[in-house]
Design a protein around this ligand. Structure first.
Ligand code: SF4
Length: 694
């Protein structure tokens, strides 16, 4: 490993952002607290020396002039963002006293530690679970990202892993379903490009708009949002009808192939065409190409699952390789993520010895409803009157922005936000604590889109008085009188003990080696020794009651589940709030290069619709529904169906005319059957902003 104590020098690190690529990085250290360039590690054969432009320019973020450098106490009205400095000791005292006061009145569940994936490190991200468990606070139902996708994949497979992503290099057909790797996990394109160049592999993209990835594809199926299950069913109909189904494979590896075949009789391409907006020929051609290609690899994304029927859609799509049996072939099968592959023992960092599952788990996507004391969202417990937030900006990333803001304005709510840069959420905090960035602390990372476990060591000194999540929660826990061992350890000790408890080498050894390759043997990754369900089979007919409590509405066998926020005469358009290429949620919305390239919040609207609305390129258009209204600039875009509108982001609220962003329109309704945010499942009206009375 490159030495850690010579300047200037390139040092090994790991990208901590919420992206399945979890790139192996090399960082140029220019001084004790200064970095220069950041590049991909060429020796790691998944990263292959390639990283996205936003992280390559990371010096803009780590040395940003707006970084929070000292603890702050609010002196103005909530939301105004007026603060004055205070010492760390005083800040920890004030937070602890607020938590104790809240607990005396309502009991420990009134405190809600709130977090998500602002950092993906298994220690700095997850120590907040240890904190909540050890102190007996409310738990968090982590619905905002992968809940639907994971539940849908689990329903069929039993565990979440899949084919080695490097196998895409030897595929003849790669299907990117509901993802946009050019923008959101660039390394996937490295492997796809190799297969296209060296083998003439065909790239198919399934997405409701012509993303940069779809623009590069051989075939783009531009379907209606929330209809992927219908497309998958029609494909399976063709696979059975035309003799592409592998009956021998299904007899050995799947649960009810005959029932599935009978069920699919009516799921014809014409049936799916009416639902998806695709043509019968597009569906027939896609199904035939898939059926004829043994080495067909489906890279299953997240986007298409962020819908009320997203779990059912994921399950339907994941049935495809179990029908053709192309799990048998190298370069065949599918991958969603490898989250269950690594087996890292997190019992220490999550203080599992203190876990009390009778404590309520509040739905994080419903933070607005929780803070407005909606009884259903409080799950029968007390109001939330004290919070600490780490790695998250709910005022901009959670659904139902207006409710979130109204809830955070409550006078009887105390909020501490531990953050790297000022956000729309820090403006509502009572206490703001400065947080380290990944180059300023130690952490442990598993690659959800690949198979490497990596350690990222601190490279530079923290800016100002910034402290890590482990440092802050340990200090707070101790101040609250908690004597759990977790809060006596530093991050490196937690990493070391977690690795050893999992059967891996210790932290120093992993850091020295750079990474641990956790690749499963081919037969295990491809489920050729059976699927990790109790009967060893893939389930076309899952027991949905084991997946979530709202199981009664789930289709028994793969189907189109018609529970989406469908277009109506009053709201005739379907909105997809997709990720922008240079942002990652609201991270990187502060860096000048990203802002310059993304330009401004924009609605991509089909030219026919634009004309029908009396708009031209650059005009302001207002999108609205029962939750609110948002104005953006319109852009003519023919890579979308006429009644679908795309707004990429997440642009911070301050960039919008009325001070609220796109999540003012997205709902906190729970996906079936186990919850999950439904960011791409929104019916809206659209009108020229000029026609709307002020
Ligand atoms: S592609 Fe993803 S993992 Fe890689 S550097 Fe960019 S954000 Fe990080």
């Amino acid at each position: 490993m490159a030495p850690l104590d010579q300047d200037p020098v390139w040092l090994r690190s790991v990208c901590p952002h919420d992206c399945p690529s979890t790139c192996a990085l090399e960082v140029e250290k220019l001084g004790p607290d200064q970095i220069g360039k950041v590049r991909g590690n060429a020796l790691n054969d998944y990263t292959s020396g390639v990283i996205c432009a936003k992280v390559a320019a990371y010096r803009e973020r780590v040395h940003h002039p707006d970084r929070l450098t000292q603890p702050l106490r609010r002196i103005g009205t909530k939301g105004d963002g007026n603060f004055q400095p205070l010492s760390w000791d005083d800040a920890i005292d004030e937070v602890a006293e607020a938590f104790q006061k809240a607990e005396q009145k309502y009991g420990p569940e009134t405190v809600w530690p709130y977090h998500f994936a602002g950092t993906m490190g298994l220690v700095q991200r997850d120590v907040i679970h240890g904190f909540r468990h050890a102190l007996g606070y409310s738990r968090e139902d982590e619905t905002i990202c992968v809940a639907t996708a994971v539940a849908g994949w689990m329903a069929g497979h039993g565990k979440v892993w899949g084919a080695d992503p490097r196998e895409m290099q030897v595929s003849d057909m790669i299907v990117v379903w509901g993802g946009n790797p050019v923008a959101t996990q660039v390394n996937v394109m490295t492997h796809i490009t190799k297969a296209r160049k060296e083998r003439g592999a065909k790239l198919y993209v399934i997405d409701p708009y012509r993303t940069p990835t779809a623009a590069l594809a051989d075939v783009h199926l531009c379907l209606q949002p929330g209809t992927d299950g219908a497309l998958a069913c029609a494909m399976m109909h063709v696979l059975f009808r035309d003799g592409y189904a592998d009956h021998e494979y299904m007899a050995r590896y799947t649960d009810v192939p005959a029932e599935l075949e009978a069920h699919l009789q009516t799921k014809t391409p014409a049936w799916a065409a009416a639902i998806t907006g695709l043509s019968v020929a597009e569906i027939e051609d896609f199904a035939k190409a898939y059926g004829q290609t043994e080495r067909a690899f489906i890279r299953v994304g997240y986007g298409f699952t962020r819908s009320r029927n997203g779990t059912a859609n994921m399950h339907a799509v994941s049935c495809l390789p179990a029908v053709t049996g192309n799990w048998r072939h190298k370069g065949g099968g599918a991958l969603h993520t490898n989250r269950n592959m690594f087996g890292v023992d997190q019992s220490l960092v999550r203080a599992i010895d203190c876990l009390d599952t009778s404590k309520r788990a509040l739905d994080m996507s419903r933070i607005g409803r929780v803070l407005l004391n909606e009884p259903e969202s409080l799950l029968g417990g007390p109001p939330v009157t004290a919070m600490i937030m780490q790695n998250i900006n709910p005022v901009e990333v959670a659904p139902e922005t207006h409710r979130v803001i109204e809830g955070l304005r409550r006078d009887d709510l105390f909020v501490c936000v531990h953050e790297q840069l000022p956000t729309a959420t820090t403006a509502f905090a009572d206490i703001v604590l400065p947080a380290t960035m990944f180059l300023e602390h130690d952490d442990l990372y598993q690659g959800s889109g690949h198979m490497y476990l990596q350690v990222g060591r601190k490279i530079i000194e923290p800016l100002g008085e910034a402290r890590s999540n482990v440092q802050v929660l340990s200090a707070l826990a101790r101040r609250l009188g908690c004597d759990h061992e977790l809060f006596t350890l530093d991050a490196w000790e937690i990493i070391d003990r977690s690795l050893r408890a999992s059967g891996y080498p210790g932290a120093d050894d992993v850091a020295e080696a750079g990474w641990v390759d956790c690749t499963l043997p081919f037969d295990d990754a491809h489920f050729l020794n059976g699927f990790p369900n109790p009967d060893g089979k893939f389930h076309f007919k899952p027991d949905w009651s084991k997946i979530g409590s709202d199981f009664e509405t789930m289709p028994t066998l793969p189907d189109h589940m018609a529970v989406i926020d469908a277009a109506t005469p009053e709201k005739p358009y379907r909105l997809v709030a997709a990720p922008a290429r240079r942002f990652l949620n609201t991270s990187f919305t502060e860096t000048p290069t990203s802002i310059k390239k993304e330009h401004r919040p924009t609605a991509l609207i089909h030219p026919d619709t634009l004309g029908k609305l009396g708009l031209t390129d650059g005009d302001e258009v207002t999108l609205g529904n029962d939750l609110g209204a948002v104005s953006v600039h319109a852009k003519s875009f023919d890579g979308v169906q006429a009644d679908v509108v795309i707004v990429e982001g997440i642009w911070p609220n301050r960039y919008f005319k009325d001070g609220v962003g796109i999540n003012a329109l997205t709902s906190a309704d729970r996906a079936y059957p186990n919850g999950g945010a439904v960011f791409h499942d929104t019916a809206v009206w659209m009108r020229p902003t000029a026609d709307i009375a002020p």
